[in-house]
Design a protein around this ligand. Sequence first.
Ligand code: FAD
Length: 510
Amino acid sequence: MAADQAILDLRQRLPADRIVTDPSELFVYEADGFTIAHARPAAVVFPTSTDEVQQIVRVLAQHDVQIVPRGSGTGLTGGCVAFANGVIISTVRMDRILKIDLENRVAHVQAGVRNTALSEAVAKLPLDLVPPVSSPAESHTCCQRPQPPAISLATPATNPYHFAPDPSSQRASTIGGNAATNAGGIHTLKDFVSSNHVLGMELVLADGSVVQVGGRDGSYDGGTFDLQGLVCGSEGTLGIITSVWVRLVPKAASFRTIVATFRTSADACHTISEIIAGGHLPSAMEMLDGQMVQTIEDAFAFGFPRESAALLLIEIDGIDALLEEQNRVIAEIANRHHAIGVESSADPERRTQLWKVRKSAFGAIGRISYSYCTQDACVPRSRLAEVLMKIDRIGKEYGLSIPNVFHAGDGNVHPIFLYDERDERQVQNILEAAEKILEYCVDIGGTITGEHGVGVEKIHLMQYMFDGPSMDQFASMRHAFDPEERINAGKLLPSAKVRVCLLKPAIHTS
Ligand SMILES: Cc1cc2nc3c(=O)[nH]c(=O)nc-3n(C[C@H](O)[C@H](O)[C@H](O)COP(=O)(O)OP(=O)(O)OC[C@H]3O[C@@H](n4cnc5c(N)ncnc54)[C@H](O)[C@@H]3O)c2cc1C
């Protein structure tokens, strides 16, 4: 009822094409990439400016309707699903790049700009706009947070700047969504996560006020509260991000891509540990387990040995003269750990082919399972081998197939649960198995999320990971922004207002 009245009020303020209420259209907005959590929103509204977001929030707050921010809906934890008859505020029409300032290496974008759209726009700028690349020490010395390194001192042949965070969803996901989830990606190992690239944000709060956190016009705000750091990863629970100032960093000039296959995943994991312990910093270090290798071979016949129990895909970048030696050392480490084969390439075409192995993984999974669900946890890298064994054991216990493709360099595991969503028993089994895996990861010093966030999927595990006083502190922090829990209640932090329970233990039969 409250939502109906709010929608009538919104219709008076916004053009007709900015509000969707037709059930057949709302169907698209019932879930994100984690389709187990779904609910039909009362409406989806599409503002184009901060002013409009402000108006919409005021109307929804007046009628006490839950407000759910949404970017492209590629999230993997049900974070942008509108439970409790809430209204979704979608940022996809807030897709203007407001400023690209190469001299200061920053850009200012509306929240709905797609991740790759910014880098594509930057790449089109002429080279003479690009200042010389400086060493890391020259830039932003006053900043407190870790700095993404300026990678290469070589003269670039093309405009080298880009927005570095590279979630695999980057063609679709928005920069507002990346900031809200603190997204990482394949190159997080060297480039860090989104919060390291967000300099400031504009935010509409639950009462409709507009605040700015972080630096203005991309300058640093290093000496005060790190509020933009707080908003990064808050999953839409603190306000609606309407624009973001981001850092632009140079891409490296030279690369090597190395692929190594192994007969045991332990050998691959020991290779990872030794590479990191040896002081090397690859820009990416991805791993596919044996089941994944079989699956991609069945689908695409890349030609990797069928007996491989693990495949490592490693990228190193930087100054060409140094790469050969680093390449040699990494190959030597892999061979010392009994690699079946090691190939490395500097040729752009071959490198693209080798990366296809990783990028084809999810497509290949689509061939073998009706549904799949990607889990996300982080563990100390030195424990990766035992975590993979534990995942395998839990999979067997529940009769589940769980291949793994993940950001091994960060210890960020992604067990992929294969199941059939039409069978409720299977759904409950994967939820229960996921819970056991995540608890194990916490028990050995890891976390319940490396990059996908908590959303509704893992909300019941927050108390497993954090003690009472810490949870209370999180709640106080959230209430400082949104005392009545009007925005995205029941996500990330438990809420008395909106409770979603996906796991029904009674249904499980092993
Ligand atoms: C195939 C695939 C691969 C993926 N790979 C990665 C990966 O490598 N790394 C990674 O980190 N993630 C990955 N993801 C997860 C997802 O893409 C990221 O979490 C991404 O940052 C979400 O962006 P989005 O615009 O789709 O946000 P949505 O899914 O729309 O929203 C995600 C969360 O952010 C909130 N939110 C969105 N926009 C705003 C805003 N403007 N203001 C406030 N809150 C907001 C929502 O309420 C929700 O809680 C992947 C997903 C898929 C489907």
